[in-house]
Design a protein around this ligand. Structure first.
Ligand SMILES: [Zn+2]
Length: 432
């Protein structure tokens, strides 16, 4: 079911006209109601009248996470506190969190985009939705909660944790949809097995997973373990929370609710907008938000956009599943290389393990990229010729994906050091 067909299936021209109108209104509002935005626009030599339509979007200055931190707590708000009815905050790894505020209208918008997302995932009003995202300052729990109620489905506000109870309620309440982080979904699957609960015995049909990046392989694993369809939902509190975009049943990119949030793709280095289909950093501009309107927010997430109409009938632009963070980008001989691109090549091959290390060196004036990758036990034979063939295969695949040559070295399983936390994938020995 398409929740809002008029918008979600609108012809491109109509969508652009709507975006242009809303963008003009947003720019006008932030210029007059927020000192920080006005200063930034003045520094760029801009007045609201310079932004006539979506094609002028690139003229506006960017907003970053540090702008929100510097404005802590309410410096980015564009309405008086009397208009704010809800506050959320995302925890920073250091120091103060970033705070966002919602007006009544913002909460209605949020519920609308989450309801659309639920419908994209295949939900309907007869569903029982178990929301296992955390409730609280984090936007995950309450975001999914009000979207579910708005749809007319039943919500179980269990929040995160308490895994055995989650599984008990799945059995007793007949949950048909689970919403949580993908890593928690895998954990649920493992505990189910330990408890001797067969996933087939549950009514669970769909999982709506987000709040952390996850690969295609992880999707297959979750779908297999829980016997459900695993749908990717995307959002960030700075933009609204979950519901900025979501996959439909075809799992071929996430439909962006672009009548509220305009996406752009820019080069993370030059910050220039990139042509359609290029991989780059995702940037969002909110065009209906009142509490904390955000102009050209740099998400640091890497993806690309696809404006082709989807098989589901929606015309909402699709963003590819995020491929990593621009903070991780390497520039090798002038080419932008993302470790996640290399990882996806390796994950496509059955002979390698997803354990690898990238080493960047500078020899003379030339940067070189070396990849050490573990080969699966059964392929690490003594047959030099076979290993040589595998090495060539990886080299060719990387060359065609990245556009630069990579020196590939195959190593035995368990050669590359394991860490408990975030894996270290890159060693940059260049002295620049
Ligand atoms: Zn679709």
């Amino acid at each position: 079911m398409v929740w809002n067909e008029k918008i979600e299936c609108a012809p491109r021209g109509e969508m652009q006209a709507l975006q242009s109108e809303r963008l003009r209104d947003t720019v006008e509002r932030v210029y007059h109601n927020n000192l920080g935005y006005r200063r930034k626009m003045q520094e760029a030599g801009l007045v609201p009248a310079d932004i006539r339509d979506v094609n002028d979007l690139h003229k506006l200055p960017f907003t970053t996470k540090s702008d929100l931190r510097d404005g802590y707590p309410f410096g980015m708000f564009a309405v008086p506190m009397s208009e704010i009815v809800r506050l959320h905050a995302s925890s920073g790894t250091t120091g103060k969190p970033t705070v966002v505020g919602y007006t009544r209208k913002d909460l209605n918008t949020w519920a609308e985009v989450v309801t659309r997302s639920l419908c994209m995932a295949g939900a309907h009003r007869n569903d029982v939705v178990q929301v296992a995202y955390g409730y609280g300052l984090f936007t995950g729990g309450l975001g999914l909660h009000y979207g579910t109620e708005n749809l007319g489905a039943a919500v179980i506000p269990i929040s995160g944790g308490n895994t055995e109870k989650q599984i008990m309620l799945m059995q007793d309440f007949g949950s048909t949809i689970i919403a949580c982080t993908p890593s928690y979904a895998l954990h649920l699957g493992e505990v189910m097995r330990e408890m001797g609960v067969a996933p087939e015995s549950l009514k669970l049909r769909v999982g709506i997973f987000g709040a952390e990046p996850w690969s295609q392989n992880m999707r297959l694993e979750i779908e297999n373990k829980l016997k459900i369809k695993a749908i990717d939902i995307y959002g960030l509190s700075e933009i609204i929370g979950p519901g900025v975009s979501c996959e439909c049943e075809f799992q071929d990119g996430l439909h962006v609710n672009e009548d509220h949030f305009i996406p752009e793709i820019v080069d993370p280095e030059t910050l220039e907008p990139l042509p359609e289909g290029s991989i780059g950093e995702l940037v969002f501009t909110t065009i209906t938000k009142e509490g904390i309107p955000i102009i050209r927010y740099r998400t640091r997430d890497l993806t690309r956009l696809n404006y082709a109409k989807c098989r589901c009938g929606r015309t909402l632009v699709r963003m590819e599943k995020c491929m990593g963070r621009s903070d991780d980008m390497l520039i090798i001989r002038g080419v932008n290389v993302f470790p996640s691109q290399i990882e996806s090549v390796l994950l496509d091959m059955s002979e390698t393990e997803p354990h690898y290390l990238l080493i960047v060196e500078r020899e003379g004036n030339l940067d070189t990229l070396k990849l050490m990758v573990e080969v699966q036990e059964q392929f690490f034979s003594d047959e030099i010729r076979q290993l040589q063939a595998l090495r060539m295969k990886i080299t060719h695949k990387l060359q065609s994906t990245l556009g630069i040559s990579v020196d590939v070295k195959l190593v035995e399983p368990k050669t590359i050091e394991r860490t408990a936390g975030k894996a270290k994938r890159v060693i940059d020995n260049r002295k620049i």
